[in-house]
Design a binder for this molecule. Structure first.
Ligand code: NAP
Length: 223
């Protein structure tokens, strides 16, 4: 199951998992007229899910009933405002970014943990960013986005420890700088390359390596 699957990295996850024969539960906030998502061949079920709406999250969790979820991927995310300085930060906008990038992946992970726990693979993945690495932040800037990804890293690290007893493995991933609406046209990687790399990193995740932060190319990243 993938959130934010109508465009960008989420859409590419749908394409690649479906092409490999997986059953994919693709979620996006506007499931009607999903454009490119509707053109992908394979065993794909599309559901509406605005990840900022707890009612929709819990409703879908109920709707899925006993369906096992092998891999849950929290891909939905926003960058928030650009071009501000930390001195003139917009605290309202900051809250919105924290809501989508931090609260939502946790709410989704909690709501679907039972579905993941009853699956064979039992993995919960959150697409974070290298910009959330506190150790790597020597340049400053983009405080809103950076802090949201630092926070989700911290949340998922703790969540990994909490669900280990249920044999659920949790990992946060940096997808690289990817040519999507968020990454822009001059980014380094195609979504295809990024997701191909991340799928290998997801495959390699085991319970013993749960609670880790990885780059799309398989290297472990500093928190
Ligand atoms: N691209 C990069 O270079 C890059 C680098 C590091 C990390 N990331 C992370 O990778 C993830 C995917 O990014 P992307 O590049 O694919 O971005 P994108 O092209 O801007 O797509 C963002 C996706 O998130 C969805 N989304 C936003 N708010 C949502 C909500 N409330 N409910 C449901 N879906 C929502 C969007 O849906 P709508 O179409 O409905 O808005 C869209 O499907 C994000 O978490 C991002 O922070 C990206």
């Amino acid at each position: 199951m993938i959130t934010g699957s109508n465009r960008g990295i989420g859409l590419e996850f749908v394409r690649q998992y479906a092409a490999s024969g997986w059953k994919v539960i693709a979620t996006c906030r506007t499931p009607i007229g999903v454009g490119e998502l509707a053109t992908i061949a394979g065993d794909i079920e599309v559901h509406g899910l605005d990840v900022s709406d707890p009612y929709q999250i819990n409703h879908l969790a109920k709707d899925l009933g006993d369906t096992p979820l092998d891999v849950l991927i929290n891909s939905a995310g926003i960058f928030g405002p650009k071009g501000y300085t930390t001195a003139d930060i917009d605290y309202q906008e900051w809250m919105k970014v924290i809501d989508i990038n931090v609260f939502s992946p946790l709410k989704v992970s909690l709501a679907f943990a039972d579905h993941v726990a009853r699956s064979e693979h039992k993995k919960i993945i959150t697409i974070s960013s290298m910009m959330g690495s506190i150790g790597a932040n020597t340049g400053g800037g983009d405080t809103i986005y950076r802090s949201s990804k630092s926070a989700v890293n911290s949340v998922m690290r703790g969540f990994a420890a909490e669900v280990k007893g249920r044999h659920i493995a949790v990992r946060v991933l940096h997808p690289g700088w990817v040519r999507t609406d968020m990454g822009g046209a001059s980014a380094d990687l195609s979504a295809e390359e990024s997701v191909r790399g991340m799928r290998a990193v997801i495959d390699s995740l085991e319970l013993s390596s749960s609670g880790t932060f990885y780059n799309y190319n398989g290297t472990e990243l500093p928190w």
